[in-house]
Design a protein around this ligand. Sequence first.
Ligand SMILES: Nc1ncnc2c1ncn2[C@@H]1O[C@H](COP(=O)(O)OP(=O)(O)O)[C@@H](O)[C@H]1O
Ligand SMILES: [Mg+2]
Length: 463
Amino acid sequence: MTKKLFDQFPEPSLTFDLIFPVVLDWLQVHSGSINDFLSNEDDWLFVNRDLNGRVRLILPERIKDSEQRMLWDHLASNLMQRLGKHAYPQNAEILFEISQEQALQGATSYLVDGFTNVWVLDRLATGANWARIAPEAEGAPRIVFFSIKGGVGRSTALAATAWNLAQEGKRVLVLDLDLESPGLSSALLPPERQPMYGITDWLIEDLVDNGDVVFESMVATSNLSHDGEIHVVPAHGADHGEYIAKLGRVWMPKLQTDGTREAWSSRLGRLLQNLEERIQPDAVLIDSRSGIDEIASACITELGAKQILLFSLEGEQTWNGYRMLFEQWLRAGVAQQIRERLQVVGAIVPELDRLGYLAGLREHSYEVFVDTLYDEIAPIKIGEVGPRLDGTWKVGGLSEGWSFDEADETAPHHPWAVNWHRSFAGLLSLQGRLAAIDAKEVMSVFGALIDGVSNAVEGRHLL
Ligand SMILES: Nc1ncnc2c1ncn2[C@@H]1O[C@H](COP(=O)(O)OP(=O)(O)O)[C@@H](O)[C@H]1O
Ligand SMILES: [Mg+2]
């Protein structure tokens, strides 16, 4: 059954997904009067969707007692009638605020097309923000390892990548941000090397300005590599302590003495910066939380990653998950800021019919990218016109855009394969395994990933 959009008035059965379509339609219908009312450049309109999914308008304080007031009341009640249970009750339909900053308070905001000063605000209980993409961080490249599901060999692949970079003589900083199911540090550190504290401890202590106390004791060096250095920051310390009580608080914003709030993702960014200053790494590898939650969101969109590796097992769950993410970026108008940093990785590619499996993976990956992130341009034949260094294409001198052929090996949808290998299956410590197998074997399993990350770290383009 297709959802009814605007045909009933009022609409008591309206559900969450129809809130924004109805709001946008209302803005469109009344765009003439709204633009008139907001013609003063100090004026603005926020349409706020609160934590419970109820909507009301926020307007500048000065409108409260102005002659415009009645007109706004009228417009607001018109919108509320269409929003059913998702509307604010009468007399609470408009909130007046002194300034935009006061009204914004950490909400995600979207500028509405066709208006210069109308924003839709969205408030989430978790503080996850999939709509603001931080620019690439200066300094050492940050590489994020992400997957929709857990158990896809992500931490193992990260450990192998760190090992390789270190073998090349690099200083590598590795962070385990998979706080809910940590595993990376046990892969890279033997028990006796685990540091006393982890990221969780710092995030908790920072809330009460006590981060310095744990900062010195949250990094350990791995003995895996002979040449460079691997510095590991685990999710928790050797003694995990009251881990669940701490986890429930990590994403708290920090209340500053001047009354402003620092989002937890920005606290995390501060930690990362402090760690980089102290360790001076050549590369930072981040094991993200999997799935679509607030920690994953911070890792992907707010840490200024140079490259975001999307570990993928063939199957509906994987592609539906990525589709949801990509669509969110499109909706928020930020797809262009992030798409060139993405790279699909084929996770634990089975030995049986390896090529058939990879072809299926590539096909489904391509479908998602073409439907969402790739620009609509005429299909290009490989070799006909090449990609430019900045990732854009020139096609026959006519249309321009960012897109790739399905078979293009340099495309972000084209999976870098990590192969299944018996020496990495099972629960043996990775410590022993990476030490025992030879470099050639590591390359036969992780080669595509290792080379790709190595290129990104060196700033080499695969052209
Ligand atoms: N390339 C591989 N071949 C075979 N088994 C693997 C491979 N990589 C990881 N594994 C196994 O898969 C399981 C999950 O690996 P892990 O790296 O912890 O995944 P994730 O971090 O995605 O949860 C572990 O038992 C690990 O030994
Ligand atoms: Mg893991």
